[in-house]
Ligand binder design. Structure first.
Ligand code: ATP
Length: 237
């Protein structure tokens, strides 16, 4: 059996000594899209923060077989994990292009300009607005910029925290189309934390449901779509 790209085993997370995740097991295979569903406060953001070691954890987290729990966030990023936080985190006073350059600040190779050009092809709106400040972009464009900036790290795993938050439905559809394309064409695996379960399950192969810091369900996207409790709680039918 091949080792998954990411393996979380018995992971507990703490804020000021208070346990927020109570021992969760999650795997993500190379090139896979996995969705994490759950109500507010269920621990979805904490799961992503745990992977990057932005919160105190116990248990084991492995990336590509290597132990990353206990490692520094910067070394985890260098290994190929990039996170797009809730609220996007773009640098509002900097231009689109400078935001992309900032995303590549840890890279020492000569491929940065080529990568920017290639992401402009994927995100043509960003190319049109390359000299505008990030703060002047629409919400959807800022989300696209946040994704492109994270991709400048050439990650093998992209962690997305509620990318659809605050965006109009038509923009959200575009956003998910782009995520599906990035996954399909570039082979980037994605962990997607999302309230918009319908669209998330459309692009995911598998998913997990978190409740109050515990994993209560792990299933294929098809199974989750048909699960009565999931339908009631997250699919509105
Ligand atoms: P949401 O959809 O509201 O973002 P979530 O599923 O992402 O919810 P988390 O933000 O991971 O949930 O929160 C999980 C638990 O950890 C909650 O009980 C929350 O109150 C607690 N928590 C989250 N962040 C902190 C923090 N910085 N300090 C203390 N407790 C926190």
């Amino acid at each position: 059996m091949t080792e998954p790209l990411l393996r979380m085993s018995g992971v507990r997370a703490y804020y000021d000594g208070v346990e927020a995740l109570h021992g969760i097991d999650i795997t993500v295979d190379t090139g896979e899209v996995v969705v994490v569903l759950g109500a507010n406060g269920a621990g979805k953001t904490t799961t992503l923060r745990s992977i990057c070691q932005l919160t105190t954890t116990t248990g084991e987290i492995r990336f590509d077989g290597d132990l990353i729990s206990g490692a520094s966030t910067s070394s985890i990023v260098r290994r190929g994990i990039a996170m797009v936080p809730q609220g996007r985190g773009t640098l509002g006073d900097l231009s689109v292009e400078d935001n992309l350059l900032a995303g590549a600040v840890t890279r020492r190779d000569k491929g940065v300009a080529g990568d920017i050009a290639s992401w402009y092809e994927t995100f043509p709106r960003l190319a049109q607005r390359r000299h505008q400040t990030a703060g002047s972009l629409s919400g959807g464009e800022q989300q696209m910029l946040a994704i492109a900036r994270a991709l400048m790290l050439r990650p093998r795993l992209l962690l997305m925290d509620e990318p659809s938050l605050g965006l109009a439905p038509v923009i959200v559809r575009d956003l998910f189309d782009v995520l599906a394309r990035i996954n399909r064409e570039r082979g980037v695996a994605i962990v997607l934390v999302e309230q918009n379960a319908v669209l998330a399950l459309d692009i995911a192969q598998r998913g997990y449901v978190l409740e109050a810091g515990n994993l209560v369900l792990s299933a294929s996207a098809d199974q989750l779509r048909q699960d009565d409790a999931v339908r009631l709680a997250y699919l509105g039918n």
